[in-house]
Ligand binder design. Structure first.
Ligand code: GRF
Length: 218
């Protein structure tokens, strides 16, 4: 059988979740609209057995597994369990979508420059240890800034420290509280840029130069 030599192998995507899974849902919906080019979500890993994201994977017919963070006493043991869950799945890209555990060096090393995270601020502002979920928006509101946003970035050993792939800014409105702001950042920024960043990766259109990225074919 003649293979189409131009055909790039479709990249296998694993999505890591911990909570509501709205970013996972955005990825699933984008995939169904054909917007994740040359990529396919093949596995969902949940760090918390109560994560609603698991129901979203179930509904979409995507294989999933709970690797519960609290079942492992050290981060090293947890990393080993994550690597075991990914074994033999030929995963090309890991996407952290509301994943609340920190990946240790053994996972970061094995999947270097093949892990993408979505963070709910404009990195390098309001990021790093302790800045996750609503805590980010509390700090943003306390700062008096008039804009915030979200960042899709590669993951390295530094929390929220990897090369930035895409960012999108959203306005802060009078009377915003953490809940209103979190939802606006998710709806107007996270759910848009994460699928785009994943598609760019699967199309081979992101070149990493030091701590910067160049998007090819723009
Ligand atoms: C949200 O705060 C999002 O900004 C961050 O994780 C939290 C939950 O996301 N990435 P999800 O609904 O579980 O995707």
């Amino acid at each position: 059988m003649l293979m189409n030599t131009n055909e790039k192998t479709v990249k296998n995507i694993a999505v890591f979740v911990s909570g509501g899974g709205t970013n996972l849902q955005a990825l699933i919906d984008a995939q169904e609209r054909g917007e994740i080019r040359n990529g396919r979500i093949v596995f969902v890993l949940a760090s918390n057995e109560k994560a609603f994201a698991i129901q979203r994977a179930e509904k979409a017919g995507i294989e999933h597994q709970v690797v519960s963070r609290k079942a492992y006493s050290t981060s090293g043991d947890y990393d080993a369990a994550i690597l075991a869950a990914l074994e033999n799945r030929n995963i090309d890209l890991i996407v952290l979508a509301g994943f609340l555990s920190i990946l240790g060096p053994s996972v970061v090393e094995k999947y270097r420059n093949r892990i993408i995270n979505i963070h709910p601020s404009l990195i390098p502002l309001f990021c790093g240890d302790g800045f996750y979920g609503k805590k980010v928006h509390t700090a943003v509101l306390a700062s008096g800034m008039k804009v915030t946003g979200a960042t899709a970035h590669f993951v390295n050993e530094i929390t929220d420290g990897g090369a930035i792939i895409l960012q999108k800014a959203v306005p802060i409105e009078q009377g915003d509280n953490e809940d209103i702001l979190q939802y606006r950042v998710m709806r107007q920024a996270e759910w848009e840029i994460l699928p785009k960043a994943v598609s760019l990766f699967c199309e081979g259109r992101i070149r990493i130069e030091g701590n910067h990225t160049v998007i090819l074919g723009e």
